[in-house]
Design a protein around this ligand. Structure first.
Ligand SMILES: [Zn+2]
Length: 257
């Protein structure tokens, strides 16, 4: 082997050595990278787990709020009209809503100003006040069995109370039957038919207003008897009509003067 050839072979060998070392280093950094990815995904999973926990709780508060909205709008006006008192064992009784006391201590000043009625602390949005209740005033929540209104959402058509309604999913006959059963048991415990004529009338009303729609037949819709909102809308329309008439009268009066 002449000097030049030997030199080239040495160069190639050193290049090969270099390449092997880099490959080993690359391998090590790849392993390091894989470990990092695994670790961070573990951390993310843990974080997601705790977030999930928070969301579940926030979810039940939110769903309870929707359930209360359905009760308040589509049941209470009729209960008040009958001057009927819901029995304490009725799960729709305001005293059986574990979030009621906190909800009643929400002070809503403005679109961006919410206050805690217990300690007067101010918040930019309702969700922060909800979180504050969760952190500071949890002792006021009695979540013993049967006090979570969110559990009644299936019977009370909570999804219809959402501001942005979910797209309709395919009707499941078994879910409809389950919701109907829950709905009828609410009618029985809240308006026992042997508790006088008002209870009897409301029992019938509750079945028509809430329970009949738990079917996959398209015919029956929830809340066929209307609710508080409709009444408000009627009064608003009436007020607008009166104001318009008054304005017209004023205009006529001005023409004569
Ligand atoms: Zn507070």
């Amino acid at each position: 082997m002449d000097g030049r050839k030997w030199h080239r072979t040495k160069q190639i060998r050193s290049l090969m050595k270099d390449w092997r070392m880099r490959r080993r280093e690359d391998g090590r950094s790849a392993a390091y990278l894989v470990a990092m990815v695994l670790c961070s995904s573990c951390l993310l999973a843990v974080a997601a787990g705790s977030r999930q926990e928070f969301h579940e709780d926030a979810g039940s508060r939110e769903r309870s709020r929707l359930a209360w909205k359905a009760i308040d709008e589509y049941l209470m006006p009729f209960v008040e009209k009958e001057k009927y008192e819901l029995p304490s064992k009725c799960r729709l009784h305001p005293g059986n809503d574990m979030f009621r006391e906190q909800e009643q201590h929400k002070i809503h000043f403005d679109i961006n100003e919410w206050r805690c009625g217990f300690c007067k602390k101010a918040f930019r949005a309702e969700k922060f006040l909800d979180q504050h209740f969760e952190n500071r005033h949890k002792n006021l929540v009695d979540n013993s069995h049967g006090r979570c209104l969110a559990d009644l959402c299936g019977a009370l058509h909570c999804d219809l109370m959402l501001e942005f309604k979910k797209p309709k999913s395919k009707c499941s006959a078994s879910a409809a039957a389950r919701n109907r059963h829950l709905c009828e048991s609410l009618a029985d415990s809240c308006f026992p038919i042997n508790h006088g004529p008002s209870a009897s009338r409301l029992h019938e009303f509750f079945l028509r207003q809430f329970c009949d729609a738990h079917t996959c037949n398209r015919g029956s819709k929830p809340f066929p008897k209307g609710g508080r909102k409709e009444t408000n809308r009627f009064y608003l329309a009436l007020c607008a009509l009166i104001v318009r008439n008054e304005e017209r009268n004023w205009h006529r009066f001005e023409l004569f003067v």
